[in-house]
Design a protein around this ligand. Structure first.
Ligand code: GDP
Ligand code: MG
Length: 166
């Protein structure tokens, strides 16, 4: 089980915290595929039966500006080259304009997208379902994982499912 996974989401939703939790060590090597996508490699998750390379996707986090066309094309090209995409949002915040922007970009992507609701330690379980439904209203996610990157809740479930899909 191996592949490339892009992790996207607005600033402060917990992408770095999640990466730090799951990655043993930061790496500097580049694979041929990573070089062709011109992405920053955040790290590699390695177990005896899995190797997942996490990549950053420049352009996808940014709201519209005059570089639009170039950035959009580069970001979309990247997202179509990875094997799966993790779209991370914060469970303690409402869906915002930045999330809507990213989901509009994802509409043109043909790869499986997982919705990751991070920071579930900050919300009441009853408040999760309406939030999940509001995201699912905008996009047909392959799977949905409520997690806490700091506490570790469901992170193993997510990695198990992701690994099995690769
Ligand atoms: P990024 O901008 O998406 O990379 O977000 P960071 O990983 O830098 O996290 C932003 C802030 O959210 C930091 O203060 C983290 O400690 C906090 N944070 C991240 N994950 C969680 C979580 O699962 N629960 C809580 N309570 N805070 C979190
Ligand atoms: Mg970060």
């Amino acid at each position: 089980h191996s592949g490339f996974v892009a992790i996207i989401g607005r600033p402060n939703v917990g992408k770095s915290t999640f990466m730090n939790r799951i990655l043993g060590e930061k790496i500097a090597i580049m694979s041929p595929k990573a070089q062709t996508t011109r992405n920053k490699i955040n790290g590699i998750y390695t177990t005896p039966d899995a190797q997942i390379v996490f990549v950053d996707t420049p352009g996808i986090h940014k709201p519209k500006n005059e570089l639009d066309d170039y950035m959009d094309k580069a970001a979309l090209s990247t997202l179509n080259q990875v094997d799966a995409i993790l779209f991370m949002v914060a469970a303690d915040e409402q869906k915002g304009a930045g999330d809507a922007y990213i989901m509009r970009q994802l509409a043109e992507v043909k790869k499986p997208v997982y919705l990751i609701l991070n920071k579930i330690d900050l919300v009441k379980p009853d408040d999760l379902l309406p939030l999940i439904e509001s995201y699912q209203h905008d996009y047909d996610f392959a799977q949905v994982f409520p997690i806490s990157a700091t506490m570790g809740n469901n992170v193993d479930d997510l990695l198990t499912s992701l690994t099995a899909a690769l």
